[in-house]
Design a protein around this ligand. Sequence first.
Ligand code: 13P
Length: 344
Amino acid sequence: MSIHPLEATARAMVAGSKGILAADESTGTIEKRFASIKVESTEENRRAYRDMLFSAKGLGQYISGVILYDETIRQKAADGTPFVDLLGKAGIIPGIKVDTGAKNLALCPGEKVTEGLDNLAKRCAEYVKLGAKFAKWRAVIEIGADMPSSTCIAANAHALARYAAICQEAGLVPIVEPEVLMDGNHIIHRCEEVTEWTLNAVYEALYMHRVILEHSVLKPSMVISGKDCPEQAGVEEVAERTVRVLKRCVPAAVAGIVFLSGGQSDEVATEHLNAMNKLFKGQLPWPLSFSYGRALQQPALKGWKGSSANVAAAQAALLHRAKMNSLACSGSYTQDLERQARAA
Ligand code: 13P
């Protein structure tokens, strides 16, 4: 039986213990990241930073795909090679963020709905021409007093499903990203409950909109304690609760699951992924991998500091985190490897 090109792409995105580098920060978000290293957010600095990330030698050993932003997919490396071609040569699949951000949800104070459906089919067609093979859309669900509302869950699930259907029709694999935020002081049980509710709503909406699950990838948040909760759940509890929810809600047909890091520290994000793959080895219908932004980039960003003199050190930091997360995809990561790297 021949395999559909979208299924081949979706499977390649999660194959071989590799994961995805999310480098699709919008102009506003990258400005905040650059402010933390006191670098001005000019178009050239944003290009130079992404050039540093994408030209790291050997990145393709650990990274299957990179999510780009509208500006970045049109940019080139210092030697004039378009980023899309640079990635292609390294065996890395280029993808594109297509949502236009989370906006206030009318009549639901404090809640957001992600926008970007207008003209999406047209924009997808252009991104396909530019070389993109997959897309991303992030929905944001916040936990708080009386939040989330069923309005927020339904509106975001509907938008994710419309996005996914439009992408598949245009020839892009949709990464479906419903993020339950870690902000708040809620206990882990509340995060589990909200994640289960969200994922059930998302898969019902995907079904209603005829989305082909084999041609899609899920990018969920992990089930963790609220950031300000005094009682923080340990690594095993996070792994067990996260996998329990995924098994309840995510059909086996989905090509793969790639987690977002969502503000977890880089090493903790690696530990959580590793624990899931270690504890549930051979028991899950989908590969569990990563699509981290901050948890992959943070050490490289700090090492770079906007200077070309720091490119080699920053790339080494990126490759280290990429390798650690690749090991976590097979449950073979250990903290000793971090200590060894620090000593080297
Ligand atoms: P973080 O891993 O920093 O949460 O970013 C992943 C992402 O792509 C968010 O949309």
